[in-house]
Design a protein around this ligand. Structure first.
Ligand SMILES: *Cc1c(COP(=O)(O)O)cnc(C)c1O
Ligand code: SF4
Length: 368
């Protein structure tokens, strides 16, 4: 029996997502009841909690192997003393989201789409969160007045055809509240795609229920992007959640953050990507870790990400390979970083390297 299964037997309300949120583990004392901690670990966690908060759903916590100090789930959700060590490159707002925010809760960086931050609450706070400056500072969601201002901005900008609802985690809102938001967006004629960015399928898969999916189905085209970082996160519960989303006709993508000591090798990443596509989740982006405060322990060098994608490209189905990007500090947006398969080119031909390292030539059309 897995740890998750034994907890499930112990707690009859395990599959109720409200119970999971209400029982999030937020302090070292409570954590010690779920997971053996040394007194040093307990005092380290209390120290970090003065700077950054912690919240872990009982479900996500149950995925941790308590005997492994480097367990990939543990490293993503349990505070480490290293978070308190400032690093010269750390930035408070690494992506300059404030600078690109015309009205509260909206980030308008690209021509045809906006990011819409509807809540600052998550069911679990990732230690590597980019937006940790606001996320988790307080469990605050958008008010009715703020919602009207934000939707007003979208209504006034006809070039916006894609709205990415994110946060925080939008699926921590009640289904009714989320429906209000989506309804208002759907009422804007030029809004075509509505996307939801959520980590709920990973950290609280029981949230993906019929009530939610039946609501979302009324407002197609809806897309969902989730955030799996390690194959251990793809449990039976997570698989059921992903497949239910796909069955509701919602295309499901995944963004992975490249994290040192968690998924920074080709074998782990290959296993993750193949498990995702098995569950009809399309790998979308692989992110180089941002420069948020206190997360430098997760940063790999850029070359590691380039190598991982090179090790996947051509060896597994093309749609199982994510695009490796750096979200440029200062608000430059996502920049794709790719292995260069062009060996050389001139007016006559391109010299190409294929996935296996062999060289091929493609002649250019004759110019007259
Ligand atoms: C990531 C992001 C988007 C969406 O970008 P896509 O490449 O279309 O997925 C939109 N706005 C902001 C500010 C973003 O950071
Ligand atoms: S779920 Fe997303 S927004 Fe929430 S803490 Fe994790 S990375 Fe940050």
């Amino acid at each position: 029996m897995t740890r998750t299964e034994s907890f499930k037997q112990q707690y009859p309300q395990w599959n109720d997502w409200h119970w999971q949120i209400a029982h999030r583990i937020m302090d070292a004392d409570t954590l010690a009841k779920w997971l053996p901690l040394s007194s040093q670990e307990e005092s380290d966690i209390n120290h970090v909690l003065k700077l950054f908060r912690m919240a872990v759903t009982p479900y996500y916590l149950s995925l941790i192997n308590p005997d492994d100090p480097h367990d990939p789930v543990r490293m993503q959700c349990i505070p480490s003393l290293q978070e308190t060590v400032p690093c010269a490159n750390d930035l408070l707002d690494p992506l300059n989201e404030d600078g690109d925010s015309p009205v509260p809760h909206i980030v308008h960086r690209y021509p045809d789409r906006v990011l819409f931050l509807v809540t600052m609450e998550c069911s679990e706070y990732c230690r590597h969160c980019t937006r940790r400056r606001e996320v988790g500072e307080e469990d605050r969601a958008i008010t009715d007045e703020e919602l009207d201002v934000a939707v007003g901005y979208i209504r006034d900008h006809e070039e916006i055809r894609d709205v990415l609802i994110s946060g925080g985690d939008p699926l921590t809102l009640s289904t009714a509240r989320l429906e209000t938001i989506i309804q208002k967006l759907r009422a804007v004629k030029h809004v075509d795609i509505i996307r939801i960015g959520t980590r709920v399928p990973v950290v609280m898969p029981m949230r993906i229920d019929d009530e939610l999916l039946n609501m979302l189905k009324k407002y197609h085209p809806i897309w969902i992007n989730t955030h799996f970082n390690h194959p251990n996160e793809i449990t039976e519960d997570a698989e059921r959640a992903c497949q239910a989303i796909a069955d509701a006709g919602i295309p499901l993508g995944n963004q992975t953050v490249l994290l040192k000591g968690i998924n920074d090798n080709s074998e782990t990443m290959k296993e993750l990507m193949l498990k995702l596509v098995h569950n009809r989740v399309r790998p979308y982006y692989l992110y180089q870790c941002d420069l948020s405060r206190g997360i430098s322990r997760f940063r790999t060098d850029v070359e590691t990400g380039v190598k991982i994608v090179h090790d996947l490209q051509g060896f597994i189905s093309g749609f199982a390979v994510p695009k490796f990007v750096i979200d440029a500090p200062g608000g430059g947006g996502k920049v794709p970083i790719c292995y260069d398969y062009v060996v050389s080119h001139d007016e006559h031909e391109y010299v190409l390297e294929n996935y296996a390292g062999k060289i091929y030539r493609y002649p250019e059309p004759h110019r007259t």
